[in-house]
Design a protein around this ligand. Structure first.
Ligand code: 2NE
Length: 279
């Protein structure tokens, strides 16, 4: 496949499939099972922002660099515990400032009007597990392992990582996942509705592109509105803001919306009488 690097990053790889509207973000810290630092997250935010702003892109694949140096696989093992500050408010990257900027990344993935598909091979653990949870869809390799570790390593995600997880797998299962910190294989994840499909590990990337290509056949506005409608059901005021923003976008595209703008620019009263008050 003809993946082209968009720009150079240190802790991720960011590529696009030329002419297909598909982008791919690969977390690239295989020596730490693709655990993220604030710098990894800042790079991911830059890549996802590029994908959001590029009108030719409709689908973003999120994955981990694999196989790792010892032959094992990981999607992402969460926040890098080795640079989590001592009694500090987060993870410390190159500038030494403690941060939890992965929460900004979660919001970006969730609210961007494009489809984000997690391709999970190996471990999706802790904050890495939450990353796949916030993606629209997840395709798991048959070697995928899912779980939360927060209560064991002195952390937790009470936002999307728990409450939204409960919307996906149900309250009892979400509480089990967090309280017991167990690990679940790909089949168990499929059975609890945590992933959409399980494929042999060698086919994971291909399968992701196949799903992305199917989505790219469909109406961008329909997909955009569906995503914001799904979000609005669970995201409260922010979800409504997203949905309403899309209503404004659609209104701008109408003659009626344009009449108001033109009248202002032409310094005349708007004539809305020609438009029907539909039932
Ligand atoms: C992922 C897992 C289960 C893999 O186990 P295994 O046995 O396959 O690998 P191993 O030997 O544990 O890991 C390989 C190397 O990667 C490092 C390890 O320390 C090891 O390096 P060396 O010590 O040999 O040099 N590594 C792996 N995960 C790391 C991590 N998260 N931080 C730093 N180094 C890491 C196993 O490695 C594991 O359980 N990892 C820890 C998972 C974890 O607890 N993640 C943090 C959860 S909290 C979080 O992510 C979070 C949050 O709760 C709220 C907000 C933001 C983030």
């Amino acid at each position: 496949m003809n993946w082209t690097k968009v720009r150079e990053f240190e802790e991720i790889v960011y590529e696009k499939l030329e002419g297909e509207g598909i982008a791919r973000v690969t977390i690239n810290r295989p020596h730490r099972r693709n655990a993220f630092t604030p710098d990894t997250v800042a790079e991911m935010i830059a890549a996802f922002t590029d994908a959001r702003e590029d009108p030719s892109v409709g689908v973003v694949l999120l994955t981990g660099a694999n196989p790792q140096t010892d032959g094992k696989y990981a999607f992402c093992a969460g926040g890098d515990q080795k640079i989590r500050g001592h009694q500090a408010g987060g993870y410390q990257g190159k500038d030494g400032v403690p941060r939890l900027n992965v929460l900004d990344l979660q919001k970006l993935i969730r609210s961007m009007p494009k489809v984000v598909i997690a391709l999970v091979a190996g471990y999706a653990i802790g904050g890495g597990h939450v990353l796949h949870v916030v993606c629209d869809l997840t395709i798991a390799a048959d070697n995928a392992v899912f779980g939360q570790t927060g209560p064991r390593v002195g952390s937790f995600d009470g936002g999307f990582g728990s409450s939204y997880l409960a919307r996906i797998v149900g309250q009892k299962k979400a509480r089990e996942i967090w309280y017991l910190c167990r690990q679940y294989n790909a089949q168990q994840a499929l059975d609890m509705g945590l992933v959409n499909e399980v494929v042999p590990v060698g086919q994971l990337q291909e399968e992701g592109v196949k799903w992305a290509r199917e989505i790219m056949q469909h109406s961008p506005l329909a997909i955009r509105l569906l995503k914001s409608a799904f979000n609005a059901d669970v995201d409260g005021q922010q979800g409504l803001q997203e949905l309403a923003g899309n209503a404004t976008l659609l209104y701008y595209l109408t003659e009626q919306g344009d009449e108001g703008r033109r009248a202002y620019v032409e310094k005349r009263a708007p004539d809305f009488r020609k438009f029907p008050w539909l039932p």
